[in-house]
Design a protein around this ligand. Structure first.
Ligand code: UDP
Length: 328
């Protein structure tokens, strides 16, 4: 039987970019997605199975009918304020469903697992670039729901020698496929670059800048933005590493370069040519002033090198994607 990569949540923003790169690199791909936030049009390669992750019979069937070389697990809820309001939904969707998937991997002897985690596991209080072995201290249910899965993976790989995983801790993912075929279409949109693009296109009246009195260079929060296609490439590199080296790791995914909210807004204004309204507003609860990665480990271990690490390119590709959505 030919080998397949099972991409759970492959119809979503990041999953769909990974599917595209896997397809371009001739992998056989199987996608499991319930299409709650993802959509069919985002799938450019592979076979889609629409179904729930919690459906044990479905997982049994997938793992029996196909030869799955590795599982990539993207499916999850990602909106921090929503996680504060609905913590149990986050623990169910992000933690309990991942536990269930891992149980099925154990039953069916699936040996390679790539997990989408987040910089939100680090929490607040670090004023320098974080390393993977820095203390974790998530400050919201979203970060906690992901960290618990990181721990499950660690414990499982300790107990089961043949099993290996790579946890990728995403920093601020932004932008869209350089070919313009896919992008971020999620219904709830809280992310800065997407909101700035929507404001430039007149879909949002004004962009609020959440907090202008932080102790940073220009008073606004600093983030480590990473282009989604570079992040997707990190998954392919992680997959190649896992299959060859059979070793587990936790890796930061960022460029280690910080941009302030004001800088992002100015870049969107420049790229779009629209001087849209941007207004100082109160701080948003739970925002750390500074969140940046130290990306040395991923660069050394996977020989991963960014291709799209310019703020202008990230902003431009995000804007082009929103224009494309408007015209559809
Ligand atoms: N932000 C903002 N206005 C917006 C959306 C976000 O000022 O409309 C700020 C937010 O407070 C944070 C930064 O932009 O300081 C990045 O937020 P985003 O939601 O994109 O990502 P997060 O870092 O929360 O994962």
């Amino acid at each position: 039987m030919e080998k397949n990569i099972l991409v759970v949540g492959g119809a979503g923003y990041i999953g769909s970019h990974v599917v595209k790169l896997l397809g371009e690199n001739d992998y056989n791909i199987l996608i499991l997605d319930n299409l709650s936030t993802g959509n069919k049009e985002a799938i450019t390669y592979g076979e889609l199975i629409v179904g729930e992750l919690a459906d044990g019979n479905l997982l049994d069937k997938i793992f029996t009918d196909y030869n799955i070389e590795a599982v990539m697990h993207f499916a999850g809820s990602i909106v921090v304020p929503e996680s504060v309001e609905k913590p149990l939904e986050y623990y169910e969707n992000n933690t309990a469903n991942a536990l269930f998937l891992l149980q099925k991997c154990r039953e069916h002897n699936i040996l390679n697992f790539i997990f989408s985690s987040t910089a939100a596991v680090y929490g607040e209080g670090l004023s320098r670039e974080v390393k993977e072995d820095d203390p974790v201290n998530p400050i919201n249910p979203y970060g906690r729901s992901k960290l618990m899965v990181e721990w499950m993976l660690e414990d499982l790989s300790n107990a089961w020698n043949d099993f290996n995983y790579i946890t990728l801790r995403y920093f601020n993912v932004a932008g869209a496929d350089p070919d313009g075929k896919i992008g971020q279409s999620s219904p709830i949109c809280t992310h800065l670059i997407k909101r700035a693009a929507l404001t430039a296109l007149g879909e949002i009246d004004e962009l609020q800048i959440f907090g202008t009195d932080y102790d940073t260079s220009d008073g606004t929060c600093i983030r480590d933005y990473i282009h989604v296609t570079d992040l997707a490439q990190a998954h392919l590199d992680a997959l190649a590493y896992l299959v060859k080296e059979n070793k587990s790791h936790v890796l930061n995914c960022g460029y280690g370069v910080g941009h302030s909210v004001k800088e992002v807004v100015a870049t969107m204004k420049e790229v779009s040519g629209v001087d849209f309204k941007s207004t100082p507003a109160a701080r948003r609860a739970g925002d750390p002033p500074f969140l940046m990665s130290n990306p040395e480990k991923i660069k050394n271990l996977l020989s991963w090198g960014p291709k799209y690490d310019s703020l202008k390119f990230m902003v431009e590709s995000a804007l082009n994607w929103e224009k494309h959505l408007q015209q559809r």
